[in-house]
Design a protein around this ligand. Structure first.
Ligand SMILES: [Zn+2]
Length: 237
């Protein structure tokens, strides 16, 4: 008959293995979430760059339209010049034409500047779109490998649970219910070693009486401070 302390230690160690696997599954799933959040930011950036590009293009279109309007007006004024009768009217009209030409020259400069802005906006847009595409590709790969890892861990957890069940079946009702109760409260440390007269769970000194119980008794012995199940380290394998 296997010592029930040894069985409990096995059950606990298997439980901790399961917890470890579940934790790394969660962490890997969180990696995917983090990556998704990062990609969302990249998507917003790429969309912003696309909108910027469109805005700059619209600005150029507007300026080119203004240029055409000015051109049309100058043509119209030039026609009017032919039918003008007084010097005063002539002078007013030529001043107007001069001012339109000056406006056009400013517009032409502005269009050139805006075109170079468009080029920059284009480049930035291409860069952001490419970065997004790469990130989406790497997310796909990440999801695939995390899915595979999670599935593999699920199988391993299932195997460990089956093994754990074999040990649990060896335990009496009393030991099992005490272990389960403590495992719920204390997590992975329901059963702890006594090392140098100190409880491995709460680090409090154990009483001589508890020590005597540990050495003599075949029943479970509990820490008086933290209620964990105790065992003597030298009994361990
Ligand atoms: Zn304790």
């Amino acid at each position: 008959m296997i010592d029930k302390i040894d069985v409990l230690k096995r059950v606990q160690s298997l439980k901790n293995k399961i917890s470890g696997l579940e934790t790394s599954q969660e962490l890997r799933k969180r990696d995917v979430q983090k990556k998704k959040a990062q990609i969302e930011k990249e998507r917003v950036l790429a969309e912003k760059k696309q909108e910027e590009k469109i805005e700059v293009q619209k600005d150029i279109d507007r300026k080119e339209l203004d240029l055409k309007t000015n051109e049309g007006e100058i043509t119209k004024y030039n026609v009017q010049l032919n039918s003008i009768k007084t010097n005063k009217e002539y002078s007013a009209l030529t001043t107007e034409i001069g001012s339109k030409k000056a406006d056009m020259s400013i517009l032409e400069d502005e269009i050139l500047n805006t075109m170079s802005r468009l080029e920059t906006a284009n480049q930035e847009c291409v860069k952001a779109t490419e970065a997004l595409k790469n990130e989406e590709e790497s997310l796909k790969n990440l999801i695939n490998s995390v899915d595979a890892e999670v599935k593999e861990a699920d199988i391993e957890i299932e195997n460990i649970k089956n093994e754990q069940k074999k040990y649990i079946d060896l335990l009496d009702e009393h030991s099992l219910s005490n272990y389960n109760r403590l495992a719920n409260i204390k997590g992975g440390k329901a059963i702890v070693p006594v090392v140098g007269n100190v409880c491995g769970g709460c680090s409090m000194n154990i009483t001589t009486q508890t020590l005597n119980e540990l050495m003599g008794n075949k029943e479970l012995v509990f820490c008086r401070s933290c209620s964990r199940i105790l065992y003597l380290e030298e009994n361990s394998d």
